[in-house]
Design a protein around this ligand. Structure first.
Ligand SMILES: [Fe+2]
Ligand SMILES: [Fe+2]
Ligand SMILES: [Fe+2]
Length: 279
């Protein structure tokens, strides 16, 4: 089997992981802060690790990781409907991984997919369990239709954070420099936290988080990647700063200021890296 053919399959798997992450996060955020929401977020973090491994494997085969988002199952109105969707999405993943394990002849890739498959089988069981638990515990959709300046700011922030998570992950996969890889991964994790904070703040105020992203920088030269990353960090730090001054709610002001400080830090870290790379 040609490398290019394996890359196509791995990217299909990767897109599935991306869809799963966003489906599960959407539902976890909508449920607030209970134990079940935490467990679902933990599953979503495992999907992120899968995405990571698959992307590294794609790059290892000379390919480019796909940033397309695969299928999501978002229909249904109750938490137990959503959990059933989780069961179904895991079934989709399980059958796709089985098919690819069957087809791919590369020993290392096969082993990786088997490792991921065993996680998906475990997730499948978790979601099946959550279907009943949701009914028993009376888990509810805590989102609301509140709209206003605050919800606009929060959704702007979520859109930005989702975009940079993808951008920094992509840059970490492409970068050859180990330090840059590590920094990019670290900052991506931090941006993911920001996304969660903003989404939870939104649900607390009875709004609905919108998990969509903007265009991602696809430079391949390290200095170009870093320049794009510094630019976006500086822009959003200024934007968070402006938003923090604009909002009246003290808790939201504090949150936006805290995120702004992180973004200023990211811009500094990337600027230092750029200096090193350009040396
Ligand atoms: Fe997965
Ligand atoms: Fe899964
Ligand atoms: Fe951020």
């Amino acid at each position: 089997m040609k490398k290019e053919e394996i890359v196509v399959m791995l990217n299909e798997d990767l897109e599935g992981e991306h869809g799963a992450i966003i489906q599960y996060l959407t539902h976890a955020y909508a449920m607030g802060e209970g134990e079940m929401a935490c467990e679902i977020e933990a599953i979503s973090r495992e999907e992120m690790r899968h995405l990571d491994w698959l992307a590294e494997a794609v790059v290892g085969l000379g390919g480019m990781p796909s940033l397309q988002r695969g299928k999501m199952r978002m229909e249904g109105k109750t938490v137990s409907d959503w959990m059933k969707n989780g069961v179904l999405l895991e079934e989709d993943a399980i059958s796709l991984y089985k098919k690819h394990i069957e087809m791919i002849d590369d020993h290392t890739i096969k082993r990786l997919l088997k490792r991921i498959l065993s996680d998906e089988e475990s997730h499948h069981g978790d979601f099946a369990h959550f279907v009943d638990k949701a009914v028993k515990e009376g888990a509810k959709d805590l989102r609301g239709d509140h709209k206003g300046k605050e919800t606009d700011i929060l959704n702007w922030g979520i859109e930005h954070e989702y975009t940079v998570v993808l951008q920094y992950l992509l840059h970490s996969y492409i970068a050859k420099n180990e330090e840059m890889k590590k920094e990019m991964q670290d900052q991506a994790v931090n941006e993911m936290q920001h996304m969660g904070w903003l989404a939870e703040e939104m649900v607390g105020g009875k709004g609905t988080p919108r998990l969509e992203h903007m265009g991602v920088d696809k430079s391949v030269k390290m200095s170009d990647m870093l320049k794009a990353d510094i630019k976006i960090e500086k822009e959003v730090a200024a934007e968070y700063d402006r938003a923090a001054r604009e909002v009246a709610d003290a808790g939201l002001k504090k949150l936006l200021t805290r995120i702004r400080d992180h973004e200023v830090y990211h811009a500094d870290v990337f600027s230092d890296l750029l200096k090193e790379v350009e040396k």
